[in-house]
Write a protein that binds this ligand. Structure first.
Ligand code: DI6
Ligand code: FE
Length: 405
């Protein structure tokens, strides 16, 4: 006997290789003990629905997808950057503002001043935007504390969101996000602190699954990232990288050398980086919200990534500076309109490929038996509608570990 069975539904299983979207029309999904126990054509069910499960949920021909996986966010932070938004509209660039001590560093000040409870409370509001769009797994980065105490505070706030239930959270330590003001005359000391003190402490406390860095002319050099990545690996953490967002720093190739889960942004990625990512199986995480918000004109090399067989994920990059966007479905729309992904690629990017980018493909991202039963049930007539509407309330029901959340 299954716990719950969803019927009168169409499934976008997002399995690779079969029909577009891995579609199964007139399908059914069953949950047992929080996992997918069955998924297929309703006609193949081994009996009458009511005899098979304790609860049968009829879906009026809705589409069911895997719960969305937003694999790159900076959801936890203090304050906001609306004033900086105004400055940019007056003609200042993101880099100019950062070099003048604004940008990320202004969020660091606000984050340091906030309590863990404040941070969890403000992040919970943004998280509500994500879950309203069907997100069941979210990655959350630190990187606005930039010292051990405040980085831990951020990671604990992210942990608190997970503890409240309703969403799975993967946490990433982003020590090399910006140089904190107290180290402005000693970069090497901050890089050392990150690699030799913060990573071992955070890994030992089980506060993060991965380490990320901002490899950029206003961030950190490939050499500095290399040093921090070796500590991550030595401490048993996965790595990923903000690479080639504003300029080409050969970050993606470095990430690939470490078998990184993902390299993210990638507007300035070159052929050597693409090749290295393809060889290493590193996922390209596309962040159209930041591209849009910065009014970037250099597109990530989508066609070349496709041709090289690099997996492409799509994420919101929700953050106060470059992507103050709490709608993953809006990111799907932007991935299609701005980056010319097909709706199927975009949706795969926020399900299967998002899960791959978090190293969770065994558990999430497709409607495969044995995966966690995390579902999004949508009032749409085709999966493409999820990428087509902008701001429409499409979610009918969200399911986490087999329970309607
Ligand atoms: N790249 C980004 O787009 C965000 N972080 C990063 O490394 C921006 C973060 C911010 O401006 O607060
Ligand atoms: Fe980011």
């Amino acid at each position: 006997m299954w716990d719950t069975l969803w019927v009168d539904a169409n499934l976008a299983t997002m399995r690779e290789g079969g029909a577009p979207y891995g579609a199964i029309q007139r399908g059914a999904v069953a949950a047992k003990d929080g996992r997918i126990a069955w998924a297929g054509y309703a006609a193949d069910l081994p009996g009458h629905a009511v005899d098979l499960a304790r609860e049968v949920r009829r879906c009026d021909n809705a589409w069911i997808t895997p719960g969305l996986v937003d694999c790159h966010t900076h959801l936890v932070f203090g304050g906001d950057r609306a004033r900086e938004f105004e400055m940019r509209l007056e003609g200042k660039s993101y880099e100019e503002i950062a070099r003048a001590g604004g940008g990320i560093i202004s969020t660091v000040a606000a984050t340091r001043a906030a309590s863990r409870e404040d941070l969890a409370a403000s992040a919970a509001k943004r998280l509500a935007g994500l879950t309203r769009d069907g997100v069941t797994t979210v990655e959350i980065k630190s990187g606005y504390g930039l010292d051990l105490e405040n980085e831990i505070k951020m990671l604990e706030a992210a942990g608190e969101l997970a503890a409240r239930g309703g969403v799975r959270v993967k946490r990433t330590f982003l020590g090399l996000h910006a140089l904190p003001p107290e180290f402005k005359d000693d970069r090497a000391a901050y890089v050392q602190l990150t690699a030799d003190v913060m990573i071992p402490a955070i890994a030992a406390a089980g506060l993060a699954d991965a380490v990320d860095a901002f490899c950029e002319n206003i961030g950190f050099t490939a050499e500095e990232v290399d040093y921090v990545f070796s500590s991550a690996v030595a401490n048993g953490l996965a790595v990923k990288l903000h690479a080639e967002q504003l300029s080409n720093q050969n970050g993606a190739a470095l990430a690939a050398r470490y078998k990184a889960l993902s390299a993210d942004h990638l507007e300035y990625l070159d052929d050597a980086g693409i090749h290295a990512m393809a060889q290493a199986g590193t996922v390209a995480v596309l962040l159209p919200g930041a591209f849009y918000f910065l009014r970037e004109t250099q597109l990530p090399p989508i066609q070349k990534l496709r041709a090289a067989g690099v997996s492409m994920a799509v994420a919101s990059d929700c953050n106060p500076g470059t992507s103050p966007m709490t709608s993953p479905l809006a990111a799907l729309n932007m991935a299609c309109t701005l980056f010319r992904l097909t709706p199927e690629e975009a949706l795969a990017g926020m399900t299967r490929e998002g899960a791959r980018a978090l190293g969770m493909l065994d558990d999430a991202g497709t409607l495969d038996v044995g995966n966690a039963c995390d579902l999004a049930v949508w009032d749409v007539k085709s999966p493409a509608e999820l990428c087509y509407w902008l701001g429409a309330p499409l979610l009918r029901e969200r399911v986490l570990a087999g329970r309607v959340a």
